[in-house]
Design a protein around this ligand. Structure first.
Ligand code: ADP
Ligand code: MN
Length: 178
């Protein structure tokens, strides 16, 4: 089957990036602005037990990728979904019409995660992840370059611009897939 489904009349969007880059904020604003259904995958994993237990050291759940994909398959089928998660390569390529990778400066990632009360090792791990462009590389390995939008998310102005760009993509997709 083709990697993207032309059958969708409303797009599926993935908003990914290192924790602290602004995914949940942006995804919520996009979903509100253009009427997409928001799925915060981290919450779904906890609520439906789609993990292999809890990692005490990093204060996080062990992701069970197969369980997450199985659980989400049906909700992705009809389009119109806005997915928020910090890892992206394990989602089927065919699910998404747009993959947004949010990026932020080291200091911003650090400050935002510190404000969130993350433990030092978790802050350091995520700051390193952002410096090493782990999520952006993962996206580039997993999705076609044409559907990836890498956006800077350091200021509220940039956040607003990003939401506008994503909303414009959604409107154009709907217009051309009627
Ligand atoms: P993520 O879901 O990627 O972990 P959040 O959306 O929870 O990130 O944002 C983390 C914190 O950073 C929140 O307090 C949010 O208000 C702030 N924030 C996110 N993006 C921006 C931005 N572009 N400019 C200023 N503050 C931001
Ligand atoms: Mn989040």
């Amino acid at each position: 089957p083709p990697p993207t489904s032309p059958a969708r009349s409303s797009p599926n969007i993935l908003i990914t990036g290192t924790p602290g880059t602004g995914k949940t904020t942006a995804a919520g604003m996009v979903a509100d602005a253009v009427g997409l259904e928001l799925v915060t995958v981290g919450d779904l994993i906890k609520q439906r037990n789609l993990h292999d237990g809890y990692d005490e050291e990093f204060d996080t759940y062990w992701l069970n990728e197969d369980k997450v994909v199985d659980e989400m398959e049906e909700m992705m089928a009809g389009g119109g979904m806005c997915i928020d998660f910090h890892t992206c390569g394990f989602f089927p390529e065919r699910w998404f019409d747009l993959v947004v990778v949010l990026r932020a400066d080291t200091k911003n990632v650090y400050d935002r995660l510190e404000r969130r009360g993350y433990k030092q090792n978790k802050i350091d791990e995520n700051v390193e992840c952002e410096i090493m462009q782990v999520v952006a590389d993962d996206a580039r390995e997993s999705y076609k370059a044409e559907i990836i939008m890498e956006l800077s998310s350091n200021t509220l102005d940039e956040m607003e611009d990003n939401v506008e760009k994503i909303a414009a993509f959604v409107s154009e997709f709907r217009r051309s897939h009627q």
